[in-house]
Design a protein around this ligand. Structure first.
Ligand SMILES: [Zn+2]
Length: 117
């Protein structure tokens, strides 16, 4: 692999290119074990590109900068919990939260990040 792997976008850990049985591969983080989907070894460059594209994304402060309306974003809570939700602004008091389909609840994240579609 000619391309260099960027650090993990979630924990800053070192990334590694892993192969499985000589036919499949993925890029994973050594520390938190997050990673790209597994692809055919022939498509290894794609895994590296996908990883690096994700690593370019950065966390935004929810209090400073709000995610675009109606778009699902990856959120990070106070305790480091990660979840996906959609930003909502409540009419009336203008409170901003993120609606999280899993658990059917509103939450206020510390940070958010765009996710690939
Ligand atoms: Zn990581």
């Amino acid at each position: 692999m000619a391309d260099e792997l960027r650090p993990c976008p979630f924990c800053g850990g070192e990334a590694e290119f892993e192969t499985y049985g000589g036919t499949a591969c993925a890029v994973t983080c050594r520390k938190c074990r997050c990673g790209t989907p597994t692809v055919r070894l022939d498509d290894g460059e794609r895994a590296v590109e996908a990883w690096n594209r994700r690593a370019e994304r950065t966390w935004h402060d929810f209090s400073d900068e709000l995610p675009p309306a109606g778009v699902s974003v990856l959120c990070r809570g106070k305790n480091g919990a990660l979840y996906v939700g959609k930003p909502v602004t409540f009419k009336g008091n203008g409170t901003r939260k993120v609606w999280v389909p899993r658990g059917d609840q509103y939450r206020t994240p510390e940070n958010w990040m765009e996710v690939s579609t």
